[in-house]
Design a protein around this ligand. Structure first.
Ligand code: SF4
Length: 370
């Protein structure tokens, strides 16, 4: 890409740095967050995005299972969790989970994403049984399951180390970990929004253990509430450091705080401009995590489409109206897109759609890219 004309001295310095492949410093990231030049942020993020992925934008065919929303925690930003017996709570039985999996036999889905509340009673054995049942019905589907927050508690309940718990789940058919539960790692913020669940070092240690066992994972960051730019940069620095140690993260997914039905509603929500800025800075700072995802049920279709010009290369998947986490917080009410709709969204933003599996391998031969 040609260097845009009329850049400030700082912008020209950052352009040359990204062009040469040098990692951005924390100060660089802060200066990008404080920039008002959205066009420059988009161009700079696109410079790196196109070095990594050309014009390709990925999507997959997936569905979610949320086994329960009963949770022992009370995170201030959460709209999903319920206490036992509270209206709006659910606990699927293993047979109900099998019935969900059966709906996808022969549909071409390649991934099931399983996360839920941290149940007061269920341990590793229960969740290993669920995975086994799903794999019996959908043997070729990739099981991406359980946040580090859930894993910490289920390992403790089953008196297993992280390693023992992950090995038991892997033997049952676990293929990778999603990136949820990371929120904001910095204790000044974490202690205000989710003080009692797994902290930064526990979250990172569970992902480190998974990577050592050959189980890849993703990482998230919940932004747009009480955190400052410095907290986002600190969060991403810890992820970047773990990635240089293990190389086990496939994808980073910024998650926007949505305000419906939770204890932080008075804060409101950040603007689309802030969303795009955050995608761009994430892409640029996390140079060593290959993929950046805009999770469309949370951000909406239009912003997801725009995000492709701000460093994003993955729009997640078809979903098929199987998740309630963001619809309960003010996201898409019934999130579902056909592969044709996803491809149209990507084409009309000037990118080339490519259906991927959970490890970003093409499901069909790669399209010819101009
Ligand atoms: S965010 Fe997760 S851990 Fe926190 S209350 Fe909601 S379901 Fe429970």
């Amino acid at each position: 890409m040609l260097k845009p004309p009329q850049l400030s001295t700082t912008e020209a310095y950052l352009w040359d740095k990204v062009q040469s492949g040098e990692p951005l410093s924390d100060e660089d990231a802060l200066s990008l967050y404080n920039s008002q030049n959205l066009a420059f942020l988009g161009a700079l993020a696109t410079l790196l995005r196109e070095k990594l992925h050309g014009k390709v934008a990925y999507y997959n065919r997936n569905f979610h299972i949320e086994p329960t929303n009963i949770c022992i925690y009370e995170c201030a930003f959460c709209s999903f969790a319920r206490k036992p017996g509270e209206p709006g709570g659910w606990e699927y039985s293993p047979e109900e989970i099998e019935a969900i999996a059966e709906r996808y036999v022969g549909t071409g889905v390649t991934e099931v994403h399983i996360v839920g509340g941290v149940h007061p009673k269920r341990g590793i054995e229960y969740y290993a049984d669920i995975i086994r049942r799903i794999k019996r019905i959908l043997p070729h589907v990739h099981v991406k399951a359980f946040t580090a927050v859930e894993l910490k508690v289920m390992c403790a309940r089953s008196r297993m180390s992280y390693e023992e718990g992950l090995i038991a789940l892997r033997e049952a058919g676990l293929d990778s970990l999603p990136g949820g539960g990371a929120e904001i790692f910095h204790p000044d913020i974490r202690n205000q929004i989710c003080a009692t669940k797994a902290d930064a070092s526990e979250w990172l240690e569970i992902h480190r253990t998974a990577h050592r066992l050959g189980i890849p994972s993703n990482a998230t960051m919940l932004y747009g509430h009480i955190e400052k730019y410095e907290h986002r940069i600190h969060h991403m620095r810890l992820l970047r450091e773990l990635q240089s140690e293990t190389g086990g993260f496939n994808c980073f997914i910024p998650l926007k705080y949505r305000r419906e039905n939770n204890a932080l509603s008075h804060l409101g929500e950040v603007s689309i401009i802030e969303d795009l800025k955050n995608y761009a800075v994430s892409r640029l700072y996390l140079h060593n995590i290959p993929h950046l995802k805009a999770y469309w049920p949370m951000i909406g279709r239009v912003t997801a489409q725009l995000s492709l010009s701000f460093g994003v290369d993955d729009l997640d998947g078809t979903i098929d109206d199987t998740t309630k986490i963001y619809s309960m917080a003010g996201g898409e009410e019934h999130p579902a897109m056909t592969t044709e709709e996803l491809e149209h969204l990507i084409y009309s933003a000037g990118y080339v759609p490519l259906e991927r599996d959970s490890l970003y391998r093409p499901v069909r031969p790669s399209p010819v890219i101009a």
